[in-house]
Design a protein around this ligand. Structure first.
Ligand SMILES: Cc1ncc(COP(=O)(O)O)c(C=O)c1O
Length: 393
C-alpha cells in the first residue's frame, strides 16, 4: 500500500541505536539546534507573533508584501540587492527545495548534489520521485565546487540517457564551509545554460561566512544575469529560529526565464500556502532580533573553532580545517580504524558524541564532524576528551 518514494527500511543506524540505548550522560558535539544551545535570545522576541494584524487571513501565494520586503531588507544588510517580485516565502528551506524540485523536474529526473555535503537532499529528492547523483567537490581546494568536475557528471548522466534537472550548491557548504568561487560560478552557469539545467544555491548559512573574500559568491541568484538560479534562505539559520518555520526562495538569471519560473512557482506555492500569517507579519522584527542571535552565534563559532585548534592542534596526525563558513568543523584524523567504530568507541569510552565523515559522503576516511554551536564549556571539555581519545587510539 505504500509509495516507493519512501526508503525501503527505517532501521536506525548504529550510532543512533548507541545513543538511544545509553544510560550515562554524554557531551553532544553534534548539537545543531540553536534553541537548545544556551544562546541569548532577546527577551520577548516571540511577541512579534502576536501582532493583531495577523488576525486577518488574506494570503498571497508568494508571501505577504511586507514579509517579502523584510527579506529584501535582510539581504540589503549584506549589501545585496534582490527584487521583491523575485521572492517566494515558504515554511522552511527544506520545503523550498521540494517546491523547486516540483518546478524543475519530472519523476525519474536527476538532481546533482555535492559530495561531501548535508545528507538531507536524498530524502527531499526521493519524495519527489527524483534520483540524486553526487558530484565530487575538489578535495585539493578545501572541498570547493569545481565546474569541471560537475561537467564530467553531467556528461556521464546524459550519456546514460538521464535528464539532470538541477545542480544544487550548498553555499557555504555544510559541513566543509566552502563557498563557490566567482570564476567557477560563471563556468557553472555556462554548463547550466548549455544543458538547460537550473542551479539551486542553498544559502542558509549566508550569515556565517567567515571567508567573505571578493572572489566567492554570496547570493547566487543576485549575481546571475543568465540561466535560472535560485537562492535559498531561512529563519532557521539566519535568525537561529528553526521553530518559527519561515524560509525563502530568491530567483534570478535570465529575465524571461525567471519571469516564467516565478509564475509557475507562485502556482505551486498557492497549492500549499504553508507559511503562517503571524510569522509573516512578524518577519521584519524576527529578522532584526535574529541578527543579534546570529551575531552571538558567530562569536561562539569563532571561539569554539579557536578551542578546537588549540586542543587538537598539538595531537599528531590531526588536521582541523580552517573556519570558512557554517556551524560545523571538519577534523581529519588518521584512518587507523573505520570512522563508524571510532565514533562508537568515542561515545562508549569518552562519553562524547561526534558525527563520522561518511554521514556527509566524504569520499574516503577518516573525518570527524563537530558542531561549533555547542556552549563553550561543553565544547572545550568535549574536545579535550576527543584529543585524549585520539592520542590513545
Ligand atoms: C545546508 C542546509 N540546508 C537546509 C537546511 C534545512 O533548513 P530549514 O530548517 O530551513 O529547513 C539545513 C539544516 O540544517 C542545512 O544545514
Amino acid at each position: 500500500v505504500f509509495s516507493s518514494r519512501l526508503p525501503p527500511s527505517f532501521a536506525p543506524n548504529r550510532l543512533t541505536v548507541a545513543v538511544s540505548s545509553r544510560k550515562r550522560p554524554f557531551l553532544d558535539l553534534t548539537l545543531s539546534n540553536p534553541t537548545l544551545a544556551s544562546l541569548d535570545y532577546t527577551e520577548g522576541y516571540l511577541g512579534a507573533l502576536a501582532n493583531p494584524v495577523a488576525r486577518i487571513y488574506d494570503p498571497d501565494p508568494r508571501g505577504l508584501a511586507g514579509a517579502r520586503d523584510a527579506v529584501l531588507r535582510s539581504y540589503r544588510r549584506h549589501g545585496v540587492e534582490v527584487r521583491e517580485d523575485r521572492i517566494v516565502l515558504s515554511a522552511s528551506s527544506s520545503e523550498a527545495y521540494s517546491w523547486l524540485f516540483k518546478l524543475l523536474a519530472n519523476p525519474g529526473d536527476v538532481v546533482l548534489v555535492p559530495a561531501p555535503s548535508y545528507p538531507l537532499l536524498d530524502a527531499l529528492a526521493g519524495l519527489e520521485s527524483l534520483a540524486v547523483h553526487r558530484y565530487p567537490l575538489d578535495r585539493s581546494h578545501r572541498w570547493a565546487v569545481s565546474a569541471h568536475l560537475v561537467a564530467h557528471e553531467v556528461d556521464s548522466l546524459k550519456a546514460a540517457g538521464c535528464r539532470p534537472a538541477a545542480i544544487v550548491l550548498v553555499n557555504p557548504n555544510n559541513p566543509t564551509g566552502t563557498s563557490i568561487d566567482r570564476d567557477e560560478f560563471e563556468a557553472l552557469l555556462d554548463l547550466a545554460e548549455e544543458h538547460g539545467i537550473a542551479v539551486i544555491s542553498d544559502e542558509v548559512f549566508l550569515d556565517y561566512r567567515f571567508d567573505s573574500s571578493m572572489s566567492s559568491i554570496d547570493v547566487a541568484a543576485a549575481r546571475a544575469s543568465r540561466g535560472l538560479v535560485f537562492s535559498l534562505g531561512g529563519l532557521s539559520k539566519a535568525a537561529g529560529m528553526p521553530h518559527l518555520k519561515a524560509g525563502w526562495i530568491v530567483a534570478g538569471g535570465d529575465q524571461t526565464l525567471t519571469d516564467d519560473a516565478m509564475a509557475r512557482l507562485e502556482w505551486i506555492a498557492d497549492s500549499f500556502l504553508s507559511i503562517s500569517t503571524p510569522v509573516q507579519v512578524g518577519l521584519d522584527e524576527l529578522l532584526n532580533a535574529g541578527a543579534m542571535v546570529a551575531a552571538d552565534i558567530k562569536k561562539r563559532l569563532r571561539k569554539n573553532h579557536g578551542t578546537l585548534c588549540e586542543v587538537l592542534g598539538p595531537v599528531p596526525g590531526i588536521d582541523v580545517a580552517p573556519l570558512t563558513g557554517g556551524w560545523s568543523a571538519v577534523v581529519r584524523v588518521p584512518a587507523v580504524i573505520p570512522e563508524e567504530e571510532m565514533v562508537l568507541r568515542l561515545l562508549e569510552e569518552a562519553d562524547v558524541l561526534v558525527h563520522p565523515g561518511f554521514f556527509f559522503d566524504f569520499p574516503f576516511e577518516a573525518f570527524l564532524v563537530v558542531s561549533l554551536l555547542c556552549p563553550e564549556g561543553v565544547f572545550r571539555e568535549g574536545t579535550q576528551r576527543l584529543a585524549g581519545f585520539l592520542e590513545r587510539l
